[in-house]
Design a protein around this ligand. Structure first.
Ligand SMILES: NC(=O)c1ccc[n+]([C@@H]2O[C@H](COP(=O)([O-])OP(=O)(O)OC[C@H]3O[C@@H](n4cnc5c(N)ncnc54)[C@H](OP(=O)(O)O)[C@@H]3O)[C@@H](O)[C@H]2O)c1
Length: 379
């Protein structure tokens, strides 16, 4: 039995991971569950999966849970998530959203754990730190993001072979094909309604601005140790080809499947084995009959270019991009700013920032705090 600690079990990735675990209960045991706001959902998960430990974001919720479940260890806050990340579980699924994922990931890497890794923002802000720590301490990072899981699978069995390009596919989001003028007045509801994937609010808005793809370019750069110039975005509206790797002989290996996050989650949890899953197969004569590919429009979706530029600049720039984006997405969701203000304000913040070397956890957290403060004044 593999013991799994799920940080962020009440979110979109967390609940889908629990679906995979429930269908394979002879192979996995849930040791840790955690939530921030969805206490009722966490209680349902506790009743079903009987974890040894649960972590809330706030002390008052932890008190409530410890009264209800006196036999379970209950704690709260970032320190508890970090302790659990470095604890006894065989695999840590980090499905926390945004920068909340960084510190627990660092502690898991430092403890040499196997980490199933959804929280891309962590690698955007702290890629160099996390990868160096993982290498030094013998930790393994297994990608959960469908594109990175696909790339990981396309690279398997080809260790040491030269890669010409990574072809990172993108659905294009709900506003594919729209002009800049058409994006000016889009609503929160329109931006949240992704054509292919049902995801948490933050990543849904990132998909609409296409910042999600920019963040994924940075994630791929660190996970696969490949320069940004060799990572190309290919818009593929059907989300059937999850990504591809082209080798130096021009042969391309692709990974295909239904757009269902439970499949890459299952692969990360079961690696190097594959689980028997009861989900629908891809229908080549139905939904996959016509697969199309387009270039991403970086002039309309300028977040893509901003992410490439931040990655090229290096140092503190990606952490600034990430923090500014997180604050601006929250402000858009709170209806304080327009959709296009997200990309315009990030561009302004990056232009003002003087890039510095930034490789310790403290440096990254400091840059993150500074950038959030600046972004809030601009909002
Ligand atoms: N969803 C997808 O299909 C998908 C695909 C690829 C990659 N990802 C990545 O996976 C990560 C999670 O995405 P998601 O869509 O699952 O997000 P989500 O639905 O918003 O879930 C986020 C999780 O983090 C918890 N959380 C939020 N704020 C917290 C805090 N202050 N302290 C502790 N926990 C906190 C949430 O708790 P509550 O729910 O209790 O508030 C929830 O359990 C993101 O980095 C995203 O980019 C997601």
């Amino acid at each position: 039995m593999k013991k799994v600690a799920i940080l962020g079990s009440t979110g979109s990735i967390g609940t889908q991971a629990l679906d995979v675990i429930e269908k394979n209960s002879d192979q996995f045991e849930v040791s840790v569950l955690s939530c921030a706001t969805k206490i009722e959902r966490l209680i349902q998960q506790i009743e079903k999966f009987h974890p040894k430990m649960v972590i809330a974001a706030e002390e008052k919720d932890a008190l409530l849970l410890s009264k209800k479940y006196p036999h379970i260890e209950v704690d709260f806050g970032l320190a508890a998530l970090s302790t659990a990340a470095a604890g006894e579980a065989d695999i840590i699924l980090n499905s926390l959203v945004g920068m909340h994922g960084l510190v627990p990931t660092y502690h898991a890497a430092n403890a040499g754990k196997t980490i199933a890794f959804a929280t891309k923002d962590t690698l955007v802000a702290g890629g160099e730190l996390i990868m160096k720590t993982a290498a030094r301490c013998g930790a393994t990072l297994l990608p959960v993001d469908s594109e990175h899981s696909a790339i990981f699978q396309c690279l398997e069995g080809n260790k040491g072979r030269r890669v010409r390009r990574i072809l990172l596919t993108a659905s294009g989001g709900p506003f594919r094909g729209k002009s800049r003028a058409e994006l000016e007045n889009v609503t929160v509801e329109q931006a949240l309604s992704h054509p292919n994937w049902n995801m948490g609010a933050k990543i849904s808005i990132d998909s609409a601005t296409m910042m999600n793809k920019g963040l994924e370019v940075i994630e791929a750069r660190w996970l696969f140790d490949i320069p940004a110039e060799q990572i190309e975005i290919v818009v593929h509206p059907q989300s059937v080809v999850h990504s591809m790797v082209e080798y130096e002989d021009t042969a391309i290996i692709a990974q295909l499947g239904m757009p269902d996050m439970r499949v890459p989650i299952a692969y990360a949890l079961s690696y190097p084995e594959r689980l028997k899953l009861p989900y629908a197969s891809l229908d080549f004569f139905g939904s996959a009959k016509c697969l199309t590919f387009e270039k991403a429009d970086r002039s309309v979706f300028s977040c893509i270019q901003l992410a490439y530029d931040a990655l090229k600049a290096g140092g503190s720039m990606p952490a600034v991009l990430n923090a500014a984006n997180e604050e601006l997405v929250a402000a858009f969701l709170a209806r304080q700013i327009s959709f296009t203000s997200i990309q315009d304000t990030i561009a302004e913040i990056l232009a003002r920032h003087s890039c510095k070397y930034c490789c310790s956890l403290e440096d990254i957290l400091e840059i993150d705090r500074e950038t959030r403060a600046i972004t809030k004044t601009l909002i």
